[in-house]
Each structure stands twice: as C-alpha cells, then as structure tokens.
Design a protein. Structure first.
Length: 133
C-alpha cells in the first residue's frame, strides 16, 4: 500500500499498515531487519496486558519497528502525524506503550537480533558474514 500520509517516515508506514489491517493485533517489522526471529512475537504477545503497543527494548534502546500494535492505535498515530510529529519513539510514549527488555537468557536471543541494514555496503557485509551482522 502507498502511505496514507506521504513522507512521514516509519510512523507514516505504521499508520498505513494499521489503516489496512483486518486484525486486532499487528506485528510491525522493519524491512531492513533480516535477523528478526519469529519467536520474539510470542514473547511480545505474552506481555500485552492492558497495553495497545508492546515494544522490545534492546540494549537500552526501544525497537518500535519490531513491535506489536493494536489497530486502535491508528487514530492516535494519525493525530500525531497531522501535528507534524514524526518521531516514532515519541509516539510510543504518547500511546503508553509497554517496553519489554530483550535479554540474553531468552531462547530466541541473538546478539544480531536487531541488525539493521541501511546501505548496500551493510547488505554486502551481512551476506558475506553468514547473514548475521
């Protein structure tokens, strides 16, 4: 789908995905994160509680592009975008997201779990280094 609000970065993409979703819960994953293990989804789902967004914390940093979102977040994210606010992490705070630590003792843990590839050089290095980066 084309973004509903163009040139709004990752938050605009999350919004568009939620606009077209037919499910209550949606797993958002950045297309440049090749090492995401599907087992993390189950782990995040276990931590929903009363939250509408569950975001993994990796080495102290939030990973909102590997998080689960309830589709009711769409309207709140849209209001945020209309105000010109594009920082994904700021939106997570406004949505009262739950932040869940990803620690080394988890079965699906890998030091490369949230590897992010943004350049051709990073992709080439990733491929030549056994696909972990």
């Amino acid at each position: 789908y084309s973004d509903v609000y163009t040139n709004k970065g990752p938050l605009g993409g999350i919004h568009t995905g939620l606009c077209h979703s037919k499910t209550e819960w949606n797993w958002v994953i950045g297309c440049d994160m090749p090492n995401i293990n599907p087992d993390i989804l189950g782990y995040l789902l276990q931590h929903i509680g009363n939250s509408r967004v569950v975001v993994p914390l990796w080495k102290g940093s939030a990973e909102p592009l590997c998080a689960i979102y309830h589709r009711t977040c769409r309207a709140d994210i849209e209001r945020y975008l209309r105000k010109g606010k594009l920082k994904t992490i700021m939106a997570m705070n406004a949505l009262n997201a739950s932040f869940i630590n990803i620690t080394e003792d988890l079965d699906f843990y890998s030091p490369y779990l949230f590897t992010n590839l943004n350049t051709q050089q990073e992709v080439t290095s990733f491929i030549s280094n056994n696909r972990e980066g």
